[in-house]
Design a protein around this ligand. Structure first.
Ligand code: EPS
Length: 397
């Protein structure tokens, strides 16, 4: 049984981005409206640069899909770049004044060149479009077992929202998020965030922020405590810090967990048999400081992930740097960029998280086909509901 994996390829100004996904079960219908809708959302958000008026991202599935469903073979999706011009040195010049905060300096030294171009083409925030496709396909799989994700912007610079997200209100909040051009489900916070981005543009500066993803409907026991590499929270952190410009990933209360007593921070367990149909199987928690994972496994509560995105490193005003050819002080090089890409990053992180959750769910429920995957999920839930399985003949097979 292969594990679910994905890989991306493609340069920011090359002809295409590529996402290859291996390990998907056969028979999974791909919801193209979902996939292309999320690609469109990733392109948006207040504070994006001129590039997004050129591109219209759509996923073209060229392998592993027949009549709209996966076949079990590797799936390849292409996202074509309209602004393809990698070999045009006039329009895509060499870059030798590295931007502080960008991959430019370390990458050019690593690959023994004074031209940061190849480094920045992959380190660019365009690559996550391909990861969004992978995550959107993963969401198609998760939906088959009733799992949904919700991502939004919590804060831009110092303008944030205190909105509380629950399994009951997230659908409503999604409408509020979709009405906000910073993807923040709070109209007042959105206004403040817009003003911050507007001012940053005037000041030739950039801004970062905090994005959040919630995963609903996950059964207990996804991930594992037996091997650190299979801990779901660890996998999520790995995936999130793999997104361009992300500097931190927190689960639940995250860093703040260390500032509270154990008696105040751990989520008390109660049992309510009338709720045994829910993902927590009736093991109700009165808080969710753990963010839905304990011991690297889901505990039936929503998984809550916060990511910190740094401000974009390409500033119109430039930053103190050095010319790699002359070693003389120079301002860092500018090329067309975004003022703020936090809204786009909220879409990317939601999909990076979705992929890790799907990967862990598939490793628990397995199956070469979608039918086996959903049957295994159902049988597990049925058995978990009638614990203790004593005598074992009671087991539902
Ligand atoms: C980016 C710079 C801009 C962004 C780009 C990421 O591209 P360009 O230099 O072509 O204007 O628009 O992001 C995307 C193209 C995208 O689709 O998100 C950078 O330097 O990282």
């Amino acid at each position: 049984m292969p594990t679910l994996e994905y890989q991306t390829a493609g340069e920011s100004h090359g002809p295409t981005l590529v996402c290859t996904i291996t390990g998907l079960p056969a028979g999974l219908p791909l919801d193209m409206d979902l996939i292309n809708g999320e690609l469109r959302r990733r392109q948006g958000g207040y504070g994006r640069g001129g590039r997004q008026r050129i591109e219209t991202d759509v996923a073209d599935f060229v392998t592993g899909v027949r009549l709209g469903k996966t076949t079990g073979a590797p799936v390849t999706a292409l996202v074509k770049n309209k602004d393809s011009r990698l070999d045009d040195l006039e329009r895509t010049p060499r870059v030798h004044r590295p931007r502080p905060g960008h991959a430019d300096l370390a990458g050019s030294v690593k690959w023994l060149t004074t031209d940061c171009r190849e480094t920045l083409e992959r380190a660019s925030a365009r690559e996550p479009a391909a990861r969004t496709v992978g995550g959107a396909v993963a969401r198609c799989l998760l939906r088959e077992i009733g799992v949904e994700t919700f991502g939004f912007v919590r804060q831009i610079l110092d303008a944030g929202t205190e909105v509380e997200v629950t399994p009951e209100n997230w659908n409503q909040l999604r409408d509020a998020r979709d009405a906000s051009d910073t993807y923040c489900p709070d109209a007042d916070a959105t206004e403040k965030q817009r003003a911050i981005i507007r001012q940053a543009k005037i000041d030739k500066d950039t801004v970062g922020g905090l994005v959040e993803t919630h995963v609903f409907g996950l059964p207990m026991g996804i991930g594992s405590c037996m091997d650190w590499r299979d801990k779901l929270d660890a996998r999520i952190a790995y995936a999130v810090l793999g997104i361009q410009a992300f500097k931190a990933c927190e689960i639940g209360l995250g860093r703040a967990t260390g500032s509270h007593l154990g008696s105040k921070v751990h989520d008390p367990i109660h049992y309510d048999g009338s709720k045994s149909g829910e993902p927590h199987l009736g093991f109700v928690r009165s808080s969710n400081n753990a963010g839905g994972t304990e011991g690297g496994m889901t505990n039936g509560m929503p998984v809550v992930v916060t990511g910190t995105m740094k401000p974009i490193a390409t500033l119109l005003q430039g930053l103190p740097s050095v010319d790699l050819n002359t070693k003389q002080p120079e301002q860092s090089q500018y090329e067309r960029s975004d003022i703020c890409a936090v809204s786009a990053a909220s879409v990317v992180m939601e999909h990076a998280v979705a992929f890790e959750v799907a990967r862990a769910a598939l490793s628990k429920f397995g199956g070469d086909t979608l039918v086996e995957f959903t049957d295994n999920h159902e049988r597990f839930m049925a058995n978990a509901r009638i614990l203790p399985l004593d005598p074992p003949e009671q087991r539902i097979t």
